[in-house]
Design a protein around this ligand. Sequence first.
Ligand code: ACO
Length: 319
Amino acid sequence: MSITDFQPAVWTTSSNNALKVSLVSDNAIQFSPTFTYPIYGESEQIFGFQDLLIHLAFDSVTFRPFVNVKYGAKLDEEADDVEGKLLSFLPKDDVVIKDESEWIDGFQKEQEGYKLPSSKFEIGRYKHDGDQFVIFKMSIAEDFTKKLHRRVQIFSLLFIEAASYIDEEDPNWEIFWLFNERTKQCAGYVSTYKLWRYLGSDDFDSSADLKYRARISQFIIFPPYQGKGHGSHLYSAIFSHWLADDSVTEITVEDPNESFDDLRDRNDLEKLYELKVFSQVPRAGEITSHWIEETRVQLKIEKRQFNRLIEMILAYSNA
Ligand code: ACO
């Protein structure tokens, strides 16, 4: 041993670099997480290992997780509990640790009886590269959703800043799933919440129908499927579904990041174009707040987003 072996830096690893996430089908696609602070702490550093690699793999159909921690050297007394911390975010008794053949045998067996949700949950479909992709909406209370969501929810922590686990006992959570219908692979999911909206005593007394504000909370397209238009298809399908749902009065998004804002703007503008709102925006004189509010409520778009869209439409028509 040399003196440098005792320096803390030698035993410190970035958790974002050490954690390797894989989606496994005929081949494995590996990628790094954007965030690991919910698991390994604010500094995203792990102490006590050299050449640390934390493999977190998922079968691309069932998403059964597999964890395997490897390292060159470990400080036995002081090393962080790398495996234990990760396992606390994965479904209990539903993770295979280290034994790769047990994991492969297990998910292959599970795949044999694996069925996508029934068509009664389908809310949209589209074609991409010769395959049909299907979108289902299911309550978190459904067994299929509960099981799959417990397996995939760690992706929200790893890829969305400030994400946290949802309360699966609260039936107001609904998950939108995106699947390749042929391969049964899941390409992404969206967790959404319906907040009951009190519209005043007159409305409440005169109608038995409850009204909700629908909120997109966590929106994920798994890395191998990103940049191919799946996010846009999924968002548009959810938007159209809620637009047609009389119980939903407004569509909102919780803490959108820059790339989600971009996706949302592009798709909202397309929708407004399709609904001929572009040609209805008053060009001469002032746009009245009455026109803005009436149109916005009809389209169920929240205030800030609708104002941004109108500005974009005006900039486009003045260009
Ligand atoms: N071929 C090539 N490029 C395409 C195609 C295509 N067929 N279709 C779309 N694109 C381009 C788009 O033009 C866009 O380009 P841009 O980034 O230069 O504007 C880009 O691909 C992304 O558009 P989509 O493919 O429709 O979106 P994607 O499927 O990648 O989903 C998302 C976007 C959701 C942000 C995804 O990248 C993701 O899950 N990221 C990690 C998690 C995340 O950040 N989620 C949002 C957090 S905010 C929240 O949850 C409320």
